[in-house]
Design a protein around this ligand. Sequence first.
Ligand code: PEP
Ligand code: MG
Length: 556
Amino acid sequence: MTVAGVGVSPGIGHGPVYVLIASVPEPPEGATYTGDADQEKARAHAALEKVASDLEARGIRAGGEAKDVLAAQAMMARDPGLAVGVDALIDQGTAAARAVYESFGTYRDLLTSAGGYLGERAADLDDIRDRTIAVLTGRPMPGVPDVAAEPYVLVARDLAPADTALLSKEVVAAFVTEEGGPTSHTAILARAMGVPAVVAARGATTLTPGVRVLVDGAAGTVTVDPGEREVAEARRRAAARDRAIGAATGPGGTSDGHAVPLLANIGGPGEVKGALEHGAEGVGLYRTEFLFLDRRQPPTGAEQETAYRAVLEAFPRGKVVVRTLDAGADKPLAFLPHQGEEPNPALGERGLRLFRAHPEVMAEQLDALARAAVGLPAELQVMAPMVATVEEATWFTEACRARGLHSAGVMIEIPAAALRARDLAAAVDFFSIGTNDLAQYTFAADRQVGALSALQDAWQPALLDLIAAAVGEHGTPCGVCGEAAADPVLACVLVGLGVATLSMSAPALPAVRAGLAGHTLAQCRAAAADARAQSTAAGARAAARAALPGLDALGL
Ligand SMILES: C=C(OP(=O)(O)O)C(=O)O
Ligand SMILES: [Mg+2]
């Protein structure tokens, strides 16, 4: 049997299925136990202690801030008051699992009514409750195991950044999700980790836990219980492709010497090593929001400065494009609450718009960036996300210049900005096209929704037209940092459209480098023209391939 989806991170993954459990069912009201009360209490205490020590061990493995957060959670599980509450309920005949559920409920109400920082701890408490109930009822633990005897294939409805924070290639053989499109965060994280991934795979969560599957992250297939020969053949093909693309080295460019700097998209200093290993010439998109996610307080200016400096130091001769905080919509931040629920978060107060509502957060970030660059040779460029108008672009660049940040640009990810790039060009030093959001807003298709993944296809001719409009003839340099740049065929088309730099998840760099090195600038231009002459995404892809004869030999 094969489950089909959309391949978003190439490579072959093989291993047993682990289905991510999102929640543990509530133990039935009025549940009782048979047997001895002391034994039931001992079971409850042992379960709480197991959860506490597991959390502590995970914290030690993760280190950093996660260690403190998990240690604090372990302390909650060992709270004597909680145990007293559980015991009292067991004395009244309530089963241990239900007693745990109800005692945690009392604590939860206290925390949420206190509000603020304490209120935000309610989610931690729910996590401990669910874990304890899972132990008591013999159910699988919610959350993702971060150690395993053998790398597993993680199957989920969707994955949040917090689910994957502790994972690595050594633990996960592949990701498979039912939701998500090519630009969803599951896809971006998988590519950043170099782990094969298939999204929009309907029915994947019904796969039997433990069954072995073969995931082809390029073809978008998940084959259940494959034969040994099939696995070996898939691995052989992937290795041959890796060898062919690994032969291209050095700075990015076409075969006739048109330079196209190849840059990395990173989420923090932790990804610098991978970027360098894959030959990144600099950073084209530093998504700073990862420094702010899952925090109850924003990072201090000094903490930000350290993170930015670490990245600038790693690229003494290259450029580093730092994007200011892109919060809101799919990246909500606990300390920057919205005024009420937004009915359409992707169309709401996000990116630069949120910064305008909280100018003190932007001031602190820009000041930290200016300090981080002092005395370093790297070329720091700063850009704002979600800019729609000249007025917004001007507001941002003026704020940068006031702090001595000399290269200030904006992302082009809203159709209005692409259409009037000529006007914005006068206000900024550079552009970077975010094709993920540009596709989302062009096709009115939420990038998190798996069912709409076809509309997230960056080969859609309408998107190619908007990219051409953004590059324009204004002379302001324009790069691409959306996931479209990671497709080696599309990368040639983007260069043919006049895009100056390409930035992508680091593991995608070798294939893009090889694709460009196998073609001339004239071939890239012809591929772009042929693709734009088509009326469908499939037609555009086929036309571009036909104009790029070097792809087959590279296995691309
Ligand atoms: C690069 C982009 O930004 P993000 O994926 O972080 O929204 C984009 O929208 O293309
Ligand atoms: Mg974006």
